[in-house]
Design a protein around this ligand. Structure first.
Ligand code: GLC
Ligand code: CA
Length: 576
């Protein structure tokens, strides 16, 4: 029996429930739909599902404004559908983690309604109240961070939208209520949580102003119009300085330790993954968050071998410094960021698809737990919302209004800017088939967000199911390989030099094992040769973007790589 907790071996897959599959024909994804796709997910070869918030919500931030932590949204099928889904997932050996929003609730949560009703109700101190705005802080979504409530004659603080008031975590009753919610879901059998925005839980106790000469809308606009290097640097500094007193404040570590102890009280290695890239939140490596995301990996304009190598070296070094050695968690996309094929692939569809394959192999075969985002396995791309009336992301709707009404930007340009920054672009319905509505919901029903037109051009599960060269088939192959090869899950990692600048290659090997696995990716448009001198020569191809190559014998010291290709090679009796 191995002591490795399941989440170190697992591949996670994020489901954005509203956009995954509509099971009851109302144009909105739900647990009935998710349950119907469990076989698809099992066959894909993922091990664990992260479900973006499924709680009842007025949906001003599509679930990230929770109005009841102890229930499932009615439009997702309520608790019966949730339980059926959870059973179905567990029955197939799939783990399920939920999305826990700690920093704030919805402004329609009964806690807030009570807190806002007077200055002396039992929950008066559950949120962050002030007689007048104590500073110039901004919400990162919609302008001033302080909003007035006439019933109290006071202002409340919100890091996110005005409909997302921040909880006062200094109040022990808040903590107790939230930990009760955590227990509720753990008792039901969920396998852990992705923790939303933990960095924003506490604010600077001195409430010191940011003091910048502009507000959020103007800073966004400045980011769009900055051209010179100096201006771009100034914009970056402004983004940091505007919010630096509103996140990353003391107190989070203590809180995470408490939550970890609570979770550790349950059997089955329940897991916590934080939406933060700060390795410090992994504590000693065994007493706070199990994993934080390696966001710096995706925070780049293009994925290059040099970028990946330097990212991996820096992260691994920092994780190795933790007394109990931390474990990495890698991802290239989620519901807040552009889709990885679009972001890192450019405009030519063939080229972007080829790069998406390489990046899929990269993120799943480097050391750590990968987290995939629904639809990336189909090569889904960002949706451009030409019509501002189709925008559903309130943050973009707000910005559009600012652009036209306050900043005097012409409507056409404003619409383009909003389409560019809206998170709707990566949230369009998952494409199951080539037919109407991409088989996300029935023909004739209007899906909550438009489907991407490329579903009719092969970017859909049904067409790819029967095509052994589809990107879906590629994901299945690399995930199956990862599952079959302990070295690819648990092995140490060493980058292999000796080739052209377009080649990224690394070795994975479990300490003490004679078997090593070499992964080589050629990001270039021309053939390349990898000359990995430190590697023992003869090897067998385990997987390759060229299916014919699988099983063939190769010399790993002189490995030929076709343009935009991936090759995974097994090496026995490795010397070094
Ligand atoms: C996180 C979520 C994002 C949400 C925000 C507020 O960043 O990923 O979607 O809007 O927190 O909850
Ligand atoms: Ca539905």
């Amino acid at each position: 029996m191995s002591n490795t907790p399941w989440w170190r071996d697992a591949v996670f897959y994020q489901i954005y429930p509203r956009s995954f599959t509509d099971g009851n024909g109302d144009g909105i994804g739900d647990f009935m739909g998710m349950a119907a796709k469990l076989d698809y997910l099992a066959k894909l070869g993922v091990d664990a599902l992260w479900i973006s918030p499924h709680f009842p919500s007025p949906n001003l931030d599509w679930g990230y404004d929770v109005s009841d932590y102890l229930d499932t949204a009615p439009e997702y099928g309520g608790m019966p559908a949730f339980r059926a889904f959870l059973d179905g997932a567990h029955g197939r050996g799939l783990k399920v983690i939920l999305d826990l929003v700690l920093n704030h609730t919805s402004d329609l949560h009964p806690w807030f309604l009570e807190s806002a009703s007077s200055r002396d109700n039992p929950k008066a101190d559950w949120y962050v109240w002030a007689d007048r705005p104590p500073n110039d802080w901004q919400s990162c979504f919609d302008g001033p961070a302080w909003t007035y409530v006439p019933e109290r004659g006071q202002y409340y603080y919100h890091y996110f939208m005005r409909q997302q008031p921040d909880l006062n975590w200094h109040n022990p009753d808040v903590k107790k209520a939230m930990w009760d919610a955590v227990r509720f879901w753990l008792d039901l059998g969920v396998d852990g949580f992705r923790l939303d925005a933990i960095g924003t839980i506490f604010e600077d106790p001195d409430l010191a102003p940011h003091g910048l000469p502009l507000d959020l809308a103007r800073l966004r606009r400045l980011s769009e119009t900055a051209v010179s290097r100096a201006d771009k640097r100034r914009v970056q500094r402004y983004w940091h300085d505007m919010f630096k007193r509103q996140w990353g404040q003391p107190g989070v570590h203590e809180l995470m330790k408490e939550l970890r102890a609570l979770v550790d009280g349950y059997q089955g290695d329940r897991v916590l993954i934080a939406e933060d890239d700060n390795i410090a939140y992994q504590g000693r490596g065994d007493d706070e968050i199990h994993m934080v995301f390696n966001f710096p990996l995706m925070r780049t304009e293009s994925i290059t071998p040099a970028h990946v190598r330097s990212n991996q070296r820096a992260r691994q070094k920092a994780l190795d410094r933790l007394p109990a050695r931390g474990w990495p968690c890698n991802t290239l996309g989620n519901h807040d960021s552009p889709r990885m094929r679009t972001r890192f692939g450019g405009v030519d569809p063939e080229h972007s698809l080829a790069l998406a394959r390489l990046n899929a192999a990269m993120v799943t075969l480097i050391r750590g737990t990968p987290v995939l985002y629904n639809g990336e396995e189909l090569g889904m791309e960002d949706l451009v919302l030409d019509n501002p009336a189709d925008l559903r992301d309130t943050m973009a709707v707000w910005y559009l209004g600012q652009l036209t009404d306050t900043l005097g930007v012409p409507p056409d340009e404003a619409a383009r800017r909003a389409a560019d920054m809206t998170r709707d672009r990566c949230r369009s319905p998952v494409q199951w088939g080539p037919g109407p509505n991409a088989d996300f919901c029935p023909a004739g029903v209007r899906p909550w967000l438009p489907v991407h037109p490329d579903h009719a051009r092969g970017v859909n599960a049904a067409d790819q199911e029967t095509d052994p060269d589809s990107i879906l088939a590629w994901y299945r192959r690399i995930l199956a390989l990862r599952r079959a090869e302990p070295a690819l899950r648990r092995g140490e990692q060493r980058f292999v030099d000796g080739g052209s600048g377009s080649v990224l290659a690394w070795l994975r090997r479990e300490p003490g094992s004679p078997r090593a696995v070499l992964v080589a990716l050629n990001y270039g448009d021309t053939p390349a040769i990898l000359r990995a001198r430190s590697v023992s020569g003869p090897g067998t191809v385990l997987e390759s973007t060229d299916r014919q190559a699988t099983g063939s014998a190769v010399d790993a010291r002189r490995l030929r790589l076709a343009p935009l290709s991936a090759v995974v090679v097994a090496l026995e009796n490795r010397k070094s």
